[in-house]
Design a protein around this ligand. Structure first.
Ligand code: ARG
Length: 281
């Protein structure tokens, strides 16, 4: 039976949101973006988490970093240990140190990654293991670096479709309960061997349809019961309901122009800071 547990999220308001470069197939610099609509949709997303009883903190958006709204890429946090992001594309490179500083300023133990990785975009914690994507952004060697850092097995999964360039665009963690971990995923986004790994590990997983995937429905955020999901992912919503989850449609269509949805905008903070908090204004 799905059960909600309180979550702690870090988000970044899209005050500088635009599409000024193209680093994934969803981005089109010739298409108009509406910053105010992006901000309004982001606020609904934040307020949804707050209404569900979760904690939301925010990091100040930096000018010139329009993708900073996709907070999931900013780091990976396990047991209060922060593995910094090291971005594949130069356009996003300054985001890694900005997110790392946010955590360091608040007393978290941070580790500067030696290897290219895009945070929770590709590194998804589920129970006691971590599912890790590679193929487009995160270097496979980062999987080993993270495993050594946090002492949890990291399972490498190969992504093969450029539309699903981050693991969190092709796979959603629904339950992180170590006794009953559960996911939804889009099989066609993975190599044959990686699909077999997922079938072995999660024989009861929800298999998303092509339409769900095209709506970026797998870029969903679950607290174990409530699943914030793109409204157009109707097959996924029905499958979730059938398993006892509560799909909560939240429209992030403006942020989809950058290639991201709800999960991309949401970095989960697991564990607490190890040092006394010394937040500077
Ligand atoms: N424009 C961003 C990029 O291509 C979108 C990142 C989406 N984030 C995510 N967690 N999938 O890097």
């Amino acid at each position: 039976m799905p059960v909600a547990t309180p979550r702690h999220y870090l988000m970044c308001e899209p005050l500088h949101y635009t599409v000024s470069y193209e680093i994934n197939p969803w981005m089109d610099v010739t298409r108009h973006t509406d910053r105010d609509l992006a901000v309004a949709q982001w606020r609904v997303l934040r307020d949804t988490y707050l209404a569900l009883g979760h904690t939301v903190e925010t990091i100040s958006p930096l000018e010139g970093l329009p993708d900073m709204v996709y907070a999931a890429n900013g780091a990976t946090v396990v047991d209060g240990v922060v593995y910094s992001a090291k971005f594949h594309y130069a356009e996003r490179a300054p985001e890694g140190p900005a997110y790392q500083k946010w955590f360091a300023d608040r007393g978290y133990l941070t580790h500067t990654a030696a290897v290219t990785n895009e945070g929770e975009g590709d590194l998804l914690v589920i129970g006691d293991v971590i599912l890790a994507g590679w193929g487009f952004r995160t270097d496979r060697a980062a999987h080993a670096e993270l495993q050594e850092l946090v002492g949890r097995p990291v399972i490498s999964l190969e992504l093969v479709d450029p539309h699903f360039y981050h693991l969190d665009t092709a796979l959603a963690v629904l339950s992180s309960d170590p006794a009953a971990p559960q996911i939804a995923y889009y099989p066609a986004a993975f190599s044959a061997g990686s699909r077999t790994v997922l079938e072995r590990m999660f024989p009861d997983a929800i298999l998303a349809t092509a339409a769900d995937a095209a709506a970026l429905g797998l870029n969903a955020v679950s607290d174990g019961l409530n699943v914030v999901v793109a409204p157009d992912a109707v097959d996924l919503a029905a499958a979730l309901r059938a398993r006892g989850y509560l799909p909560i449609p939240v429209d992030t269509s403006e942020l989809l122009k950058g290639g991201g949805g709800a999960k991309c905008c949401t970095l989960e903070v697991r564990g607490t800071a190890s040092a006394p908090v010394t937040v500077r204004a």
